[in-house]
Design a binder for this molecule. Structure first.
Ligand code: C2E
Ligand code: CA
Ligand code: CA
Length: 653
């Protein structure tokens, strides 16, 4: 659509068209009027027997009627008709005067015809008719005696010329006025056109701007849509879009009677990495992990990030469980290489849970719940694994939830008790310390070891009150032993990562020392190697604060993590505890032998004490003695036992 079209559309009459129309009406009426007049005259003439003149009049009437007919047929005929009628009228007047020369009044017809000619035929015809009129008067006067005296003739001619001049002047004025009007019209038209053009340009400009902002709006809309459906960090579909697509996948599978599987992927220890290296590194890590996953799946599979470090993958095109297992393997393998971010070398692993439609569930909620349970089971079994869902996992999950609530109750009911396991000098069998190990005296299930509940306590916040509980109990026990005159040398307490990160840790330790009259020589904490090594800056600071309280520190499960010597040197620790996994292979497993010997010489070089955990037989004990590791802990000497047993065996009271 264009405004120009509006401007040029519709019909406006031109000057000529208007003139033609008005002339046509005037001509018609004049001819009609003259015919009527001549007709009346003809009747009078016939009545008086003046036949010749009556004949002339009839001829005039007939030609008048014929002219009207021609005019009706085609308006443009008026061009000729005006001339012919004017001349015929003139002729009729000349005939009339020549016939009745004494009737001077007939001269009046001359000006009438001249005026009509001017108006109807224009200037040219007007002048011609005026000229012919004057000529006719002179001729009539000369050829026949009209009876006019010279003065009257002269006056008639003067009147004719005068009226001609007046009309010419009037015409001229009309013409000028018309010109002015025209130019004024033109000026106005130009102005209007310009204004319209200006508005048109303005309109087009705003139109363009509008279009631009419409495009921007569309872009923004899309961005919002993206925001609502895609995870901004990884660019993967988010939970919303995932649910949406999964619903369609389920519909499709139901219609076509097909199977498909859902993989639930959860990064192991991501929280620790996030806390240790900072959120920026955590974010980068998620991005890289998402990319690695994406590169190892087929385009038709749906990978999404549900939030945090949880990803889901829907694998369509069902083949068999081996196929799904190979995909899970591939995803686990995708993270086998370390990831480098901001100069850090980061190792991350993933645990995968798999559920299959329709075997493990028919709807989103069930399928996701079951793949989550399978993932949880994989995590429990040691992480970096995949598990297919089994019914028993749901039972276990239920058990977990009930266990969690039960544990809170158990804390209130004092159901947790502390067992102590002696640490001895293997050569002399002399007691050098005790490790405090928590147990849960469950009213129905009996005595539970930490592997049944400590991981749940660590996953929830229960580990904090449970840790405080252990410290209190141990401090009470130590106070009691001191009062009885029994000095177990030292007691070591295990601290988990979450306890080490808890802000109340130092004040809790202080309370414990206060309870034992500020003796600090009896207390030792065991921290895991992974905590000490994964984030050295943080751990060095925390460990130094603990050390400042006069408490000793040992690194537990040493050998399982990835200690770097340079970090180890900086840690304010007193002791290494060799993980029992390496002791069990002694003295036959060559790798274990080398590793244990290396740790022992390393500890010696660094001036650290070393304890071998899990010593179960004489052969192990011998080997350890031979390489100079004399401090030992294990079933060979004593299992973790109740304080009453310790009392009996060591306290002798
Ligand atoms: P851990 O710190 O490595 O504790 C040593 C574990 O090895 C104990 O298991 C102990 O019973 C077991 N053990 C000792 N000697 C032998 C042996 O000769 N052979 C074998 N096979 N095992 C032996 P337990 O008591 O079941 O504790 C398991 C883990 O639970 C502990 O591992 C520790 O990490 C954690 N834990 C125990 N008590 C606490 C606690 O109060 N707080 C925290 N945060 N963790 C605790
Ligand atoms: Ca320990
Ligand atoms: Ca240990």
């Amino acid at each position: 659509m264009n405004l120009n079209n509006i401007l040029t559309s519709g019909h406006s009459f031109t000057e000529g068209e208007y003139a033609l129309k008005s002339k046509f009406i005037l001509l018609n009426s004049l001819i009609f009027l003259s015919i009527t007049v001549v007709f009346i005259l003809t009747i009078v003439l016939v009545y008086h027997g003046k036949i010749f003149f009556a004949m002339a009049n009839i001829f005039y009437i007939l030609s008048g009627l014929y002219s009207i007919k021609l005019l009706r047929k085609n308006k443009t005929n008026q061009k000729y008709i005006i001339v012919v009628i004017s001349l015929l009228s003139l002729l009729l007047v000349v005939i009339a005067i020549s016939k009745y020369p004494s009737e001077e009044v007939r001269f009046v017809w001359f000006p009438a015809i001249i005026i009509s000619s001017f108006f109807l035929g224009g200037k040219k015809l007007g002048y011609i008719v005026a000229f012919l009129s004057v000529l006719s008067i002179i001729m009539l006067e000369y050829l026949i005696d009209t009876g006019l005296n010279n003065y009257t003739t002269f006056l008639a001619i003067i009147i004719i010329l005068f009226s001609t001049t007046i009309i010419a002047l009037y015409e001229r004025r009309e013409f000028i006025l018309k010109e002015e009007l025209l130019s004024m019209n033109q000026y106005l038209e130009d102005k209007v056109k310009k204004e319209i053009q200006k508005r048109l340009a303005m309109y087009e400009k705003t139109h363009n701007q509008l279009q631009e902002s419409a495009v921007k709006l569309e872009e923004q809309k899309n961005a919002f849509k993206n925001l609502a459906h895609y995870d901004t960090l990884t660019g993967l579909p988010n939970r919303l879009l995932f649910y949406d697509r999964l619903e369609k996948v389920i519909e499709n599978a139901e219609k076509n009677d097909q199977k498909f599987s859902i993989l639930f992927l959860d990064l192991d220890n991501f929280k620790e990495i996030n806390d240790s290296f900072g959120h920026d590194v955590g974010d980068d890590l998620l991005k890289i992990v998402a990319e690695k996953f994406q590169n190892r799946i087929s385009k038709s599979d749906l990978l999404a990030r549900l939030g945090g470090d949880e990803f889901t993958l829907v694998v369509g095109g069902w083949r068999n469980t081996e196929h799904i297992a190979s995909i899970a393997d591939r995803l686990i393998h995708a993270l086998s290489e370390p990831i480098y971010i901001l100069g850090y070398e980061i190792y991350i692993t993933v645990s995968v849970g798999i559920s299959i439609y329709p075997d493990d569930g028919m709807d989103i909620a069930t399928l996701l719940k079951h793949s989550d349970s399978a993932m949880y089971s994989a995590k429990n079994e040691g992480r970096n694994l995949y598990h297919f869902y089994k019914q028993i996992m749901t039972d276990q999950a239920l058990e977990r939830v009930t266990l969690e609530t039960r544990m809170r109750k158990a804390l209130e009911n004092n159901e947790f008790i502390i067992y102590y396991q002696p640490i001895v000098n293997g050569v002399t069998s002399e007691l050098i310390g005790l490790e405090a190990l928590v147990r849960w005296q469950h009213p129905e299930k009996g005595l539970l070891t930490p592997d049944k509940f400590i991981h749940i306590a660590e996953r929830t916040s229960i580990i904090i009150p449970l840790g405080e509980y252990v410290m209190n109990k141990v401090a009470g026990q130590v106070k009691d032993w001191h009062e009885k005159g029994f000095n177990p040398s030292y007691i070591s307490i295990n601290l988990s990562v979450n306890q080490l990160r808890h802000k109340k840790l130092l004040s809790n330790i202080n309370n414990m020392l206060e309870k034992t009259n500020f003796r600090d020589d009896w207390l030792e904490f065991e921290i895991t190697e992974s905590y000490a090594m994964k984030n050295p800056e943080e751990s060095i600071e925390v460990l130094n604060q603990i050390k400042a309280l006069g408490v000793k520190l040992s690194i537990d499960d040493f050998g399982t993590g990835y200690s770097s010597l340079s970090h180890l040197k900086k840690l304010p620790v007193d002791k290494l505890k060799i993980d029992k996994a390496f002791i069990s292979g002694l003295p036959y497993d060559l790798d274990d032998k080398i590793l244990v010997a290396t740790i022992v010489s390393l500890a010696e070089n660094m001036n650290l004490k070393v304890v071998a955990e899990g010593v179960e037989n004489e052969e192990q004990k011998k080997y350890l003695e031979n390489i100079g590791c004399i401090y030992m802990q294990g079933y060979l000497f004593e299992k973790p036992v109740d304080y009453t047993i310790i009392n009996k065996k060591y306290c002798k009271v």
